[in-house]
Write a protein that binds this ligand. Structure first.
Ligand SMILES: Cc1cc2nc3c(=O)[nH]c(=O)nc-3n(C[C@H](O)[C@H](O)[C@H](O)COP(=O)(O)O)c2cc1C
Length: 390
C-alpha cells in the first residue's frame, strides 16, 4: 500500500517526507523532483520567502543507483531560513528571551484553535506546523508518484481558473495546460494571456491595499485508464479519495469534480456525458460527447480526463491586519503579522497535482500491485489488453 507522511516546522531545520510502498526498479530523476519544487515556489503574489529559498530534495533512503529499491523513500528539504531561526526555535530549551511568540491569533489561521487544542499560551508552535510550507514536502513525494504514473502513461498537471473575481470562461485543453507547464516563467499559470494580465492587476490591487486573494485551480490527470477506484465501498470511491486529498491542502475550502458545481443547478440532459462507440483510442472504443463528470462515474475512473478543481479562500495573513485579541492580556489588538504571500493559486495548484498524483498512484498500485516495476507493468499491460479486447 502506498503511504506517505511529512514532518517539519516552517522555520525548523528541515522538512522531511516518507513515501512507502513503491515497487523496486523505478528510475528516479531527481532534477524532475526539484523542478516540481521550483514550480510550487512560483506565481505572482508570493512573499519574500520564495526569494531566499530554492527547494532541493535531498533523498536519504529508498533510492540507490538512481532507482527505487522497494524500501521506504525518505527525503529532506532544508529550510534555508533556519540560520535566522536557530535561536528563536531551538530544539533544546534555548534562551526564552530569544523565542518569537505569536502574541495574537490571526483570523483564518489555525492559531487560536491550535493553541486551545494543544494548550499553548501563544501560537508559535501552531503556525510552524499549520503553515503551507509543509506542502513542499508533499510536492517532493508527489513528484516521485508522478514519475511512477508516467510509466503507466498518466500525467498530472494544473492551471489557474480564477484569481479573486477574474476567471477564464472556456474549458482549457490538455495541450494548453502542457504549454503552460513548459514555460520557464510562471506568472499566474493561466492559459488565457489576456485574463492572466487581469489576474495580475487583481493581485496588484491587494498588494497596494494590504489585502489578499483566493481563487480556483484545476488539476487534470491525463491518460488514466478506466477502473481506478470503486463504488463497492464508500471509502474506496475515487472522487471521495481525490476530494479528501485536495481538501487536505492549506486554504482549500471546496473541491469540485468535473462540472459538479454547475451540474447541481442544471437539468440532467445538460450534464450527463452521452456515450458513443467508434475507433479504438487509448483504452477502448467508447467515446463521450463531453466530460462533465470529470472522468469519474460511480467513484470509478471512466477513461476520460480526470478534472478536479480546488477553491482557495483568500490568504489569511493581512498586511492590514484584522481584529484579534492578545493571548495574555485578552485585550483587543490587531492580529500578528508575519511575512506572507498575498495570492498562491498557481502554487496551490502544483501542491494539488502532488496530492492527485499520490492518490492515483495508490489506486494504480491497488489495482496492479507488484513489488518490482516489471511485475507492476506486466499486470498493467494485461489489464490494457483486457480493455482492448472488451
Ligand atoms: C502554497 C500555499 C502557500 C500559502 N502561503 C500562505 C502565506 O504566506 N500566508 C498565509 O497567511 N497563508 C498562506 N497559505 C494558507 C494558509 O496556510 C492556510 O490558510 C492556513 O494554514 C489555515 O488553514 P486552512 O485555510 O486550511 O483552514 C498558503 C497556502 C498554500 C496552499
Amino acid at each position: 500500500m502506498l503511504r506517505y507522511f511529512t514532518a517539519g516546522e516552517s522555520h525548523g531545520e528541515a522538512l522531511v517526507a516518507f513515501l512507502s510502498g513503491l515497487p523496486a526498479g523505478l528510475k528516479v530523476d531527481q532534477s524532475f523532483v526539484d523542478r516540481e519544487l521550483w514550480r510550487r515556489q512560483q506565481g505572482y503574489g508570493r512573499g519574500g520567502r520564495m526569494k531566499i529559498e530554492r527547494d532541493i530534495a535531498h533523498i536519504l533512503s529508498g533510492v540507490r543507483h538512481g532507482t527505487t529499491i522497494g524500501s521506504p523513500i525518505s527525503l529532506q528539504l532544508e529550510n534555508k531560513d533556519w540560520k535566522n531561526w536557530q535561536e528563536s526555535l531551538p530544539v533544546n530549551e534555548g534562551d526564552p528571551q530569544r523565542h518569537k511568540p505569536v502574541a495574537s491569533p490571526r483570523p483564518g489561521h489555525a492559531d487560536l484553535a491550535g493553541a486551545l487544542k494543544y494548550n499553548f499560551p501563544e501560537a508559535r508552535y501552531v503556525l510552524e506546523r499549520a503553515s503551507a510550507r509543509e506542502s513542499a514536502a508533499r510536492v517532493a513525494v508527489g513528484a516521485i508518484a508522478k514519475i511512477f504514473l508516467r510509466e503507466l502513461g498518466i500525467e498530472v498537471l494544473s492551471h489557474v481558473v480564477a484569481v479573486g473575481q477574474v476567471a477564464i470562461k472556456n474549458n482549457v485543453s490538455w495541450g494548453q495546460i502542457n504549454d503552460l507547464y513548459v514555460q520557464e516563467e510562471i506568472l499566474l499559470n493561466c492559459a488565457d494571456p489576456e485574463i492572466q494580465q487581469l489576474m495580475k492587476t487583481e493581485v496588484d490591487k491587494v498588494l497596494r491595499t494590504g489585502d489578499s486573494l483566493g481563487g480556483i485551480f484545476e488539476v487534470v490527470a491525463h491518460g488514466v485508464p478506466p477502473g481506478f477506484g470503486t463504488y463497492v465501498q464508500w471509502d474506496e470511491r475515487l472522487d471521495a479519495l481525490l476530494a479528501s486529498a485536495v481538501m487536505s491542502l492549506q486554504a482549500v475550502k471546496a473541491v469540485e469534480i468535473g462540472a459538479g458545481i454547475t451540474a447541481a443547478t442544471s437539468p440532467g440532459s445538460a450534464v450527463h456525458d452521452e456515450i458513443g462507440y467508434g475507433e479504438k483510442a487509448n483504452f477502448t472504443g467508447f467515446t463521450r460527447t463531453s466530460n462533465n463528470a470529470g472522468g469519474i462515474e460511480g467513484g470509478v475512473s471512466n477513461g476520460e480526463e480526470i478534472r478536479v478543481r480546488g477553491y482557495l479562500k483568500p490568504i489569511s495573513t493581512l498586511r492590514r491586519p484584522l481584529q484579534s485579541v492578545d493571548f495574555s492580556t485578552r485585550e483587543a489588538v490587531s492580529a500578528a503579522y508575519e511575512r506572507s504571500d498575498v495570492c498562491v493559486v498557481p502554487a496551490a495548484g502544483v501542491a494539488a497535482e502532488a496530492m492527485v498524483a499520490l492518490t492515483l498512484a495508490r489506486c494504480a498500485l491497488e489495482k496492479f500491485g507488484g513489488d518490482s516495476m516489471g511485475e507492476t507493468m506486466r499486470n498493467f499491460h494485461g489489464y490494457r489488453e483486457q480493455l482492448e479486447n472488451y
